[in-house]
Design a binder for this molecule. Sequence first.
Ligand SMILES: [Zn+2]
Length: 525
Amino acid sequence: MLFTNATVFTGAGPDSRASAFRVEDGVITWVGDAADAADEAAIDLGGRTVLPGLLDLHTHPALMAEAADAADCLPPRVTSLAGLIEVLRAHGAERPDDAWIVGRGYDDSRFPEGRAPTAADLDEVSADRPVLVWRCDGHSAACNTRALEIAGIDRETPDPEGARFERDADGHPTGVLTELAAVAAVADCRPEPDHGELVRRVVGLDEHYLSHGIVGVCDLLSSVIREPLAVFRDAAVAGFRPRVALYPGWDPEALPETLDDDARTGRIRIAGVKILMDGAFSNRTAWVREPYPDSDGCGIQMISDESALAAGEWARRNGVQLAVHAMGDQALERVIELFGDQEPWLDDVPSIRLEHVTLVPDELLSRIVGGRMRFGIATHTVFLFAEYEAYKLNLPDVSDGRAYPLRALADTPLPLALSSDRPATAWSDADDVFLSVQAAVDRRAADGTDVGAPSAITVDEALTLYTSRAARLAPVGTPATIAAGAAADFVVLDADVLTVPADEIARVRVAETWLAGEKVWAAAR
Ligand SMILES: [Zn+2]
C-alpha cells in the first residue's frame, strides 16, 4: 500500500523529509518522493504532515489508571477554590451515592481566594460522603470532615513522621494534609481497585494515547499499583495498544532477586528500576549547589549513596536500566560521582537514564557526556510552561535559560527525550506533545513570559525528541522513524507543525494514528 501526497517528517534527523512511503505487512518498505511512485494505486494524504508514532518516555500511566476515578482539578480546568468545589460536586453527582469523591491537581498558588481548600470548604461538596483532593504536586491534599472521621483523625491524633495534619488554633485538624504520610492516612482508607478494575482502567487509556499520537510510553513509577506487569499485559490482551516500558521504584523487599527473560522482553516489559536522588523545585527539595533565595537550604538528598549503588547493582545484574530522578545540579553531580566511572552494562540503550535534569551547568554536562558510563536524559519543557510561577520563586534566574537547557542538551550526542510526567505536571493535558514542542521552540510559559529564549531548539529538533532520538533512550522496541524496515506506526496531523508560526504549534492536533499499517484512531470530522 502506497501513501502519497504527504509532508513526511521521517525522524531520520532534523530536516529529513519525504513525500511518500510504502507499507507491506505492517512494515515500511520504501520512503521517498511521490513522483517516483506515480502509477500505483495509493492513499492520498491530501498534503497533510506525517510524523513517526510519538513516544512519551517519562509519564505515569499506572498512576493515571489508579487515579482514573478522580476528577481532573488541574489548571486550566480549575483556577479557583469556588471552581474546585463546583468540579468536585459535579463529579460526585456522576458516581454512586456511597463512593468517595476524589480529585487531583488543584494549584492553590493560582487561586484568587489566596488559600488552599480546607475541610470546611470540601464539606460544601458533600457533608455525608468522604471527599479527598490532591494538590498538583502530589505531595499534599485536602479532605472533608467525613473523610477525617473515616480515617479516625482528630485533635488527639499525633502527626505521622515527616508529615503534618494541619490544625487550627485549638488543635483541630483543618483537613489540610501536608506530605505523603499525612495524605496516605486518609487515602489508604479508600477501597482499592482490584486487578480487573485496573486492567479496565488501563484499557480506558488506549484512546487517550492514540488520540495524542502516542504509541509508546515509559512508566517511571509503575509500582504505584500492584503487579503492574500483569496489569499492563492483561490490558494489552484486552485492547490497550501502546508499547509500555515499566520502571518500578527501588524497593529490595518488593522486587524479585532476579528478573526472568520474559519480564524483560516484549511490547510490555520491565525496562529498569527507578530511584530519586532529590526532590522538586516547587517545594525546594531539589538538591542544588547554591542555597535557595532567602534561605540557607540546598534541598535534600532523598536516597543514600549505599541504596543508590544497590539499585544500580540490581539493574546491572538483571540487564535493565537504572532511572535516576535528579533535578538539581548537586543531585546530578552525586550521580556522576557514584556511577560515572562504572562500566556500562547495556549495549543498545544507556545503562542509566537521568530524569528531569533541570540544572546542568556545562561542566557537569561534559562529565555526563565524556565519562565511562553511558547516560541518557529524559527532560521537559512543559514544566516551565505550566509551573513557571513556582520556578521563579525558587530559581530566580530562570529566564536566562539555565533551567532545562535544551539547546545545550540537544547539542550533545546523548540519547534525549522530551516527556510529560503526566499527571505529576500542573497542567490538564500535559502529554499534548504539540504543547510541549511549542514550549521547547518559543520558550514561553502559559502566561506568555519568556522562560529562557537562549535555550530554545527548532521544531525539527523537538520532534526528534519525541521520535527517533527519544527511541535511543529506552528499550521501547521501535526506532520511531519512517524508514524502510521500521514498523508502520505513524500519525497524520491536521496542520503542518513544521511550518505553522511558533505560537500556533500547540493548536496542531492529531487527525489519524496508524499502527503496523492499520488506522487505529481518527478524529471525528
Ligand atoms: Zn515522574
